[in-house]
Design a protein around this ligand. Structure first.
Ligand code: NCD
Length: 305
């Protein structure tokens, strides 16, 4: 039995299998409509979510399975003081797989070592978000036809943005990847990721505050929201929240085939005027997220189709 807590737990070959399976699901959805008949997914969300929870649930329904859901911490026994370990043991009696989001880093890991069913990390604090990365990888793969030889810019809150941490970890294993890290000084990529992932693998990278200077060289631009809920005070958030805004004028500086990604929710970082630009891929990412979650559920439940 296997869980997914950190994207690094999947080998490049396994990611490739998940991508190929995703392409097959897109091409032949009927083939998968009963693949998870009789199985249940439990979504345990101790933090707000629109896409991640609903896409896990839609994914399970499209595989013919069922869903039981805890949509907020406030409605659960966590308010009575129940531990994550006890919750995981309990839900193991009700479901076949758990998707868990939690504000505390490491909580889904604790769940995974206590559960008797696979646990999928659906976002833990400012740490990791592996299934968003699967959505991002499918999007890049479908747009570019490859996951190597790419200059990838990350812009915004690189400190608290868990989707950034997981995508950098995943891409660091492909060849010819160059990272361009664009953020205010206060929101730079955590040094543990820079040292343990980027520098350890001898990857090329630049760190800058100057968005416009680097925009013309990017193949992928990954925009992110400043993560208000992780700030210690509102003043800092207000000062930093609009550090980078992608406008149609700025898009003129980008390559004609630069793909713009964003894990969503968008606050102010991308002007809505860009939504119809053919380079905008963020709503395609939403669709791809559901498909990759289908692909992942099949893998973790070891379903043969
Ligand atoms: C992201 C998250 O929860 O980390 N959202 C998502 O799952 N698509 C990004 C964010 O909240 O900014």
């Amino acid at each position: 039995m296997r869980s997914l807590i950190d994207i690094a737990e999947l080998s490049i070959e396994e990611i490739d299998e998940l991508l190929q399976r995703a392409e097959d699901i897109i091409a032949n959805p009927k083939k998968y409509a009963h693949a998870c008949d009789g199985k249940k997914l439990a979504t345990l969300f101790f933090e707000p979510s629109t896409r991640t929870r609903l896409s896990f649930e839609a994914a399970m329904y499209e595989l013919g399975g069922n869903v039981i859901s805890m949509a907020s911490a406030g409605s659960s026994s966590a308010t009575k003081g129940e531990s994550v370990a006890d919750t995981a043991k309990t839900v193991s009696c009700y479901a076949d797989v758990i998707a868990m989001r939690h504000p505390k880093e490491g909580a889904p890991y604790v769940a995974s070592i206590n559960a008797s069913i696979p646990v999928i990390n659906a976002g833990d604090g400012g740490h990791n978000h592996p299934t968003q990365t699967l959505a991002d990888l499918l999007t890049i793969y479908r747009e570019k036809g490859r996951l190597n030889n790419l200059t990838v810019g990350f812009c915004g809150d690189l400190k608290f943005g868990r989707t950034v941490h997981s995508l950098i970890t995943a891409l660091s294993r492909y060849t010819g990847i160059k990272f361009v890290l664009i953020s205010p000084d206060e929101l730079k990529l955590p040094s543990y990721i820079k040292k343990d992932i980027i520098q350890k693998n001898n990857l090329e990278y630049v760190q800058t505050t100057d968005f416009e200077a680097v925009l013309p060289e990017l193949d992928i631009l990954y925009m992110t929201r400043v993560q208000r809920e992780r700030f210690f005070n509102e003043e800092d958030y207000v000062r930093l929240k609009d550090s980078y805004i992608l406008t149609p004028d700025k898009m003129k500086l980008a390559k004609a085939d630069c793909s713009v990604l964003h894990p969503l929710p968008r606050v102010n970082e991308i002007s809505v005027a860009i939504d119809n630009d053919p380079r905008a891929c963020y709503f395609k990412q939403v669709f791809n997220g559901k498909i990759m979650r289908m692909s992942l559920i099949l893998k973790l439940l070891e379903v043969e189709v």
